[in-house]
Design a protein around this ligand. Structure first.
Ligand SMILES: [Zn+2]
Length: 229
């Protein structure tokens, strides 16, 4: 599932590659992979950075990350608990710990961490801003929380990934609540193996938030999102 195409200007491409929060984002200049598990390292021959949200098995696979890092020499950005789990396997200059409100640049692409409402040690979500200003909010498998409204207002997201299943307490309704609070141009229901849950999310969104488009992703397909006008 590597993306061979390059996105148009003011756009990004993404692929959802597992039933959890596994997302590959391609900007015009960089390839970023979030929470790779349940895939082969050779699926990612070109990677500039891997982002890890928290230490749970469906988000962090130290052996896989070590293999991808060795093959691509990419940078790893991770929450504190995952950083600790990776520190003996990844060269120190390639491993960067991040906490909410901190920002790390990968070339001209900005990676900012934000709060995550999930029962892990120190989980984060990621605000990824492409070099031409496309705004992606990868919310890991967070449940909604009030500060999302202010984050959404400030960032004006083009695309927000919303957990609709598997994680404790999550449902199509909690996924919708993330979309309602952040008000993106495009909302993507993920972190589920149920297309029913994705459809339920889409139905609530259409009813309650008609200005936000729903993009129901299929695994391993490439989607393009352009910056809002
Ligand atoms: Zn998860």
């Amino acid at each position: 599932m590597p993306i061979d195409k390059t996105p148009e200007k003011n756009a990004i491409l993404f692929v959802w590659f597992n039933h959890y929060a596994g997302i590959l984002v391609k900007t015009p200049s960089k390839t970023i992979v979030v929470d790779p598990v349940d895939v082969r390292a050779r699926s990612f021959p070109y990677v500039d950075a891997i982002l890890i949200t928290h230490e749970h098995y469906d988000h962090l696979d130290p052996r896989l990350i070590t293999e991808i890092q060795r093959d691509t020499n990419c940078t790893i950005i991770a929450d504190p608990a995952s950083t600790q789990r990776l520190q003996h396997a990844i060269p120190p200059e390639k491993l960067q710990q991040i906490s909410p409100a901190e920002e790390i640049k990968i070339g001209e692409v900005s990676i900012k961490a934000a709060k995550c409402n999930h029962p892990a040690a120190a989980p984060v979500t990621y605000i990824i801003t492409s070099e031409d200003g496309v705004k992606i909010f990868h919310t890991a498998d967070s449940l909604p929380f009030p500060e999302l409204a202010a984050i959404g207002e400030k960032e004006k997201f083009d695309v927000v990934f919303c957990t609709v299943g598997i994680a404790p307490g999550s449902s199509p309704e909690t996924g919708f609540e993330i979309a309602r609070l952040t008000k993106p141009q495009v909302a993507v229901p993920y972190h589920t193996n149920s297309t029913d849950y994705q459809q339920q999310f889409a139905a609530i969104l259409k009813e309650e938030l008609p200005r936000t488009a729903c993009l129901i992703p299929e695994l391993n397909k490439i989607y393009q999102v352009s910056k809002r006008k």
